[in-house]
Design a protein around this ligand. Structure first.
Ligand SMILES: C[C@@](CO)(OP(=O)(O)O)[C@H](O)COP(=O)(O)OP(=O)(O)OC[C@H]1O[C@@H](n2ccc(N)nc2=O)[C@H](O)[C@@H]1O
Ligand SMILES: Nc1ncnc2c1ncn2[C@@H]1O[C@H](COP(=O)(O)OP(=O)(O)O)[C@@H](O)[C@H]1O
Length: 272
């Protein structure tokens, strides 16, 4: 069985509080974006290990056994020993360390796929708990609809927000940002604005109101990213920002406006 996990962008992101457990409270609007990996699971006869995991596409840093897909399999296998041995293949297309949540999306897909394929009958509520054990972004991908995220990112309030009439330009400048490092750069503060109020307004108003707290420290470390954001606006973006802890910048354009846009050669450009 093959599925195609997608990524997300953050429309506004505030880091509001540091918690006792080392994580931070955030407030952000998560919006799904149709840039996909591909993931296949095939049950197999029991071999030396429970899971044979292979990848193609972009090279994923770190040991294969540390991959979130393998961790998701092992997490369920611990509680559901009836899960058979499997072959799992991931074709990686979503950039990593990019603020797009690709790894979390893959992990959420493994949880959902195994629940369905092996008829584990895990409730949505329990799946959300497993997902949060794998990553703060992971529960969002079980919902995969526009939502206000609070807490670590797992308290999700679905919202009515459709940006289907626009085109998205995503720019990945091949800079890998560590999420843990990005959080450490921030002094948490409660925002004076309300994200839900802002996204209800016309997109032309977002430029001066919708803020990602990570932009200041990440742009300070990588000034080229601020230039790329400016380029998105110079090319006619209605709204432009960094996604999550970076380094991907996105611009939201009127359809048809994107054809004339040009960006530096070293940047991966995805138009959706
Ligand atoms: C910043 C956000 C915004 O959507 O996304 P990305 O930029 O990574 O895509 C998320 O909060 C990232 O979620 P995710 O990438 O799943 O993070 P995790 O694996 O849970 O945590 C990685 C590290 O980031 C820090 N962390 C993460 C989430 C959070 N609410 N508070 C934190 O302090 C912790 O130091 C943690 O050890
Ligand atoms: N399936 C996976 N896809 C991508 N990265 C993974 C995966 N499993 C583990 N990782 C690790 O997680 C890191 C962050 O990846 P990712 O979730 O894509 O970043 P971000 O949340 O910043 O978009 C990677 O550099 C990699 O070491």
């Amino acid at each position: 069985m093959v599925v195609f996990p997608n990524c997300k962008i953050n429309l506004g992101l505030h880091v509001t509080k540091k918690r006792e457990d080392g994580y931070h409270e955030i407030a952000s609007i998560f919006y799904p974006i149709a840039w996909h990996d591909a993931l296949e699971i095939i049950p197999t006869k029991k071999e030396s290990s429970n899971i044979q995991f292979t990848t193609t596409g972009l090279t994923i840093p770190g040991n294969l056994n540390a991959n979130l897909c393998v961790k998701a399999y092992e997490l369920l296998k611990k509680d559901f020993p009836q899960i058979p041995s499997i072959k799992m293949h991931l074709h990686k297309a979503i950039p990593m360390g990019a603020g797009l949540g690709g790894g979390s999306s893959d992990a959420a897909a493994v949880l959902q796929l195994m629940n369905k394929y092996f008829q584990l009958n895990i409730t949505n509520q329990q799946l959300q708990k497993y997902a949060l054990m794998l990553g703060s972004d992971c529960p969002f991908f079980l919902l995969n609809k526009p939502a206000l995220a609070t807490g670590r990112g797992e308290i999700l309030q679905p919202i009515k927000l459709s940006l289907q009439q626009y085109q998205f330009v995503l720019l990945f400048p091949s800079i890998h940002i560590s999420t843990a490092w990005a959080f450490q750069q921030i002094t948490p503060t409660m925002p004076e604005v309300n994200l839900l109020d802002i996204v209800e307004q016309d997109i032309s108003k977002w430029k001066n109101t919708l803020v990602n707290d990570f932009e200041i420290p990440v742009f300070k470390q990588h000034p080229d990213l601020a230039l790329l954001k400016n380029q998105l606006y110079a090319n006619g973006a209605l709204y432009a920002a960094m996604s999550g802890s970076g380094s991907t910048l996105f611009g939201i354009f009127e359809k048809g406006q994107v054809a004339n846009v040009e960006f530096p050669k070293h940047v991966t450009v995805k138009i959706i």
